[in-house]
Ligand binder design. Structure first.
Ligand SMILES: O=C[C@H](O)COP(=O)(O)O
Length: 250
């Protein structure tokens, strides 16, 4: 497939923070890929922090990105997708959705959990770990950190042996994750979660101005949507903001 988009060589990964950018449709996904985003994350930003896209949309974006990578001789393009916003107690439904999203061909399936019901969140994380082991699906738990993260959830993620974990915020209006939570607390979470084979990602209305503090926390990757939209994360990607973000991460 020839999209007509020019490929821009990504900066070497060793020299910049790995960037995850959330997109909502084929056009945005190709725009992000062409700009050099490392992980293209499929999400419906108009449906909250963890809004899930319809399965046919996910499948169409995956097909377009795989075709683009082939046309551009890009060795690998990493694609994640969220399952949508579910209460943690809806474990069976969440696992069914994980299977359906994975079947669309994404590399990682992101599943968020709030801290409102810690017992349900821990049970969900344990169920996700077991499901990942039995199916081979790369599941990434996303811990919603607006009001802190329960230590029991940190422990569950650690024992789950996931390939990656993300911290994110649900409310995008009250500043970035780095403004919402104390630096020492964030550093302790990153340290507690980072383990053999587990990559730690940070997100939550992060802006280019957060990048120095973000670097000090040294996550393995950082996720963005608000920073690459013109004012409202529900609106389309802004090419200038996306390019500036990638430069700032360099
Ligand atoms: O997974 C990452 C999020 O989509 C980032 O979105 P945000 O920058 O609006 O918090």
């Amino acid at each position: 497939m020839n999209t007509g988009l020019a490929a821009i060589d990504p900066l070497p990964l060793a020299t910049r923070l790995h960037a995850l950018v959330s997109v909502r449709d084929v056009a945005e996904a190709l725009q992000a890929a062409a700009a050099g985003v490392d992980t293209i994350d499929l999400k419906d930003p108009s449906d909250g922090a963890l809004g899930g896209l319809p399965l046919p949309v996910i499948a169409a974006i995956v097909a377009a990105l795989r075709g683009w990578a082939g046309d551009m001789s890009v060795n690998a393009i990493s694609i994640s997708a969220t399952v949508g916003d579910w209460p943690a107690a809806a474990r069976a439904a969440i696992l069914r959705r994980v299977d359906r999203v994975a079947a669309c061909g994404v590399d990682q399936v992101k599943v968020g959990t709030s801290m409102h019901d810690v017992d349900a969140a821990v049970a969900l994380i344990d169920a996700l770990a077991a499901h990942a082991r039995s199916t081979g699906i790369a599941i990434v738990p996303v811990l919603i950190a607006d009001d802190g993260i329960a230590s029991a959830c940190i422990a569950a993620v650690r024992r789950g042996g996931f390939a990656a974990v993300m911290l994110d915020t649900a409310d995008k209006r009250g500043g970035s994750l780095l403004q919402r939570r104390p630096a020492a607390e964030l550093a302790a979470w990153v340290e507690a979660l980072r383990g053999p084979g587990m990559r730690v990602g940070l997100a939550g209305a992060l802006m280019p101005a957060d990048i120095p503090a973000l670097r000090a926390l040294s996550p393995d990757y950082a996720g963005f949507r608000s920073a690459v939209c013109a004012g409202d994360r529900r609106l389309g990607l802004d090419a200038g903001r996306l390019a500036a973000l990638l430069v700032a991460l360099g």
